[in-house]
Design a protein around this ligand. Structure first.
Ligand SMILES: [Ca+2]
Ligand SMILES: [Ca+2]
Length: 194
């Protein structure tokens, strides 16, 4: 893996580059090789205002912390980053699924999705202000649910999540949860609105 600055800058990699930059900071500041939620949040939220990014950081941390012991080691962290850079679309979607599934019950409820959407939205709000008629986090969650929840049982299973996202570029980009690429503008005319 080269330096973060030399990573290819195609769409969606900004987020990965950022994660990689944090890793470099951790290695300098946490020589124990372990990152606690507190440290992760401190680095993630550096220079940001409000607690939206703190909530989002917490959820990313939970996703990285596989065994839930409140500590992430460098190996877990590096594994996640290399997967986000080189993983297949399905692998990346599996990771995103964990990001949304806060209580780890294997399904995404509307509330779980809305919480993440709201956090990402608040972080992207500066960009969205320039766009006319942005969708709200609620509208966005509703659209994602209408498209992904095929059996209408008010939760999104891993299968529904992956199938639906592979099928629809807008959904996939939204689910990747990259605050840099999240599209909050309304789709162009002619696009089927839900
Ligand atoms: Ca859940
Ligand atoms: Ca369902």
């Amino acid at each position: 893996m080269g330096r973060a600055a030399s990573l290819p800058c195609r769409r969606g990699t900004t987020y990965v580059t950022e994660l990689y930059e944090w890793l470099r900071t951790f290695m300098n500041e946490c020589p124990s090789g372990l990152i606690t939620l507190h440290e992760f949040r401190r680095h993630f939220c550096k220079g940001t205002v409000g607690n939206e990014s703190a909530e989002y950081a917490e959820q990313i941390f939970r996703t990285l912390d596989n065994n839930g012991d409140g500590v992430v080691d460098f190996r877990e962290y590096v594994k996640a980053i290399s997967m986000l850079i080189e993983g297949t679309p399905v692998e990346k979607l599996r990771w995103s699924f964990k990001l949304y599934d806060k209580d780890k019950d294997g399904a995404i409820s509307r509330r779980e999705m809305l919480e993440i959407m709201q956090a990402v939205y608040k972080m992207s709000v500066a960009a969205s202000l320039t766009k006319p008629n942005p969708l709200t986090a609620e509208e966005c969650t509703n659209r994602i649910f209408a498209r992904l929840d095929k059996d209408n049982n008010a939760i999104i299973s891993l299968e529904e999540f992956i199938e639906g996202a592979l099928d629809d570029e807008w959904i996939r980009e939204m689910l990747e949860c990259d605050p840099n690429t999240v599209k909050v503008e309304r789709p162009p005319k002619g696009h089927i609105l839900l």
